[in-house]
Design a protein around this ligand. Structure first.
Ligand code: MLT
Length: 324
């Protein structure tokens, strides 16, 4: 009887502590985990949004870059973090594709996380190093066909969108280029700028300043419509790569079991950040688009993630391409 009572007492105390924790939340800095290198496209979004979320919380939001395995290392760590709201996670399409690309994934994206909401949609650009011989897509296509064996294509690991975009490009054109994996497209971009690699497909949240400064060659954008931020730049689709489309969607997650009141608080901070004119302008300048309010919800993120897992699962299984 005594043992039973103490178990009940500690359970009640535990629940009370969780409720009190949720009420006080946040009473200390929050960590927002980014699965790629600092300075890269995912990091740019995390810092822009995290800064305004911090104001909402009245607490610092610390950006922690946990690199490796195309973003799956960070996802695995977050899945096992204490579910108290002090560890949050931002990730993109890789949250869905990894579920099929990796057969031994140490977490389940549909059962090991809570969902906060979608954030921004970001187009990609196909780039070459500044002194790459092909001046435009019309010249690039025959050039890569003739020289495929000598070229290099950078990406941020298996499951990264830069890798998917590069893979799609190779499939569409019918070539096989040597690929070089990095722990994010920030170091990949450094090597493109330095001329150590030839090609990179990367998000406008990182590539825009380099395109503007002329540090890279631009072959087209990966959306079906031209971007408001770069109206003079043709899409890959309109230049002949019919149907070539990659748009990078982002979501914020928390470990499974994070209390609902805490998730509500995080969601409110996310919504406020996405309404912030500074964030909206910064994203627009970088070719990205804050998602509509209807997508800034946990339900929308979960439903979208599930549909993306199903969609990519079919494609990846058909291609028989696995990372492990
Ligand atoms: C990618 O998937 O290519 C990433 O977004 C790269 C990054 O954020 O560094």
């Amino acid at each position: 009887m005594f043992a039973f009572r103490s178990v009940v007492t500690s359970m009640v105390l535990g629940l009370a502590a969780t409720a009190a924790g949720a009420q006080d939340f946040p009473s200390r800095p929050i960590t927002l985990v980014v699965p790629f290198a600092a300075g890269g496209p995912t990091d740019v979004v995390a810092r822009a949004v995290g800064q305004v979320m911090a104001k909402q919380f009245g607490q610092t939001v610390v950006i922690e870059n946990k690199l490796g395995a195309g973003g799956t290392l960070a996802a695995g760590l977050v899945a096992k973090a204490p579910p108290d709201g002090y560890t949050l996670f931002i990730h993109h399409n890789g949250m869905a594709t990894a579920a099929s690309l990796y057969r031994k994934l140490p977490y389940n994206p549909l059962t090991d996380f809570e969902y906060v909401g979608q954030v921004v949609d970001v187009p990609m650009t196909l780039l070459g190093r500044k002194d790459f011989p092909a001046r435009n897509l019309a010249e690039l296509l025959p050039y890569v066909k003739a020289n495929a064996g000598k070229l290099s294509l950078a990406h941020a690991g298996l499951g990264a969108v830069s890798q998917l975009c590069g893979m799609l490009f190779q499939q569409t054109v019918g070539v096989q280029i040597q690929t070089i994996p990095y722990k994010g497209t920030a170091p990949a971009m450094n090597d493109l700028l330095g001329g150590q690699v030839d090609l990179l497909c990367d998000q406008t949240t990182q590539t825009t300043p380099h395109i503007k400064s002329g540090g890279v060659k631009l072959y087209g954008v990966t959306t079906l419509q031209r971007l408001k931020a770069m109206p003079d730049v043709a899409t890959l689709d309109e230049q002949g790569l019919k149907g070539f489309q990659v748009v990078v969607w982002h979501g914020i997650y928390a470990p499974k079991g994070t209390p609902k009141p805490v998730l509500d608080r995080v969601n409110a901070a996310l919504r406020a950040a996405l309404k912030d004119p500074g964030v909206q302008q910064r994203m627009a300048d970088l070719g990205a688009e804050v998602v509509p309010e209807s997508k800034q919800t946990p339900e929308s993120l979960r439903t979208w993630l599930k549909s993306e897992i199903d969609r990519w699962g079919v494609a990846i299984r058909a291609a028989g391409e696995y990372a492990d």
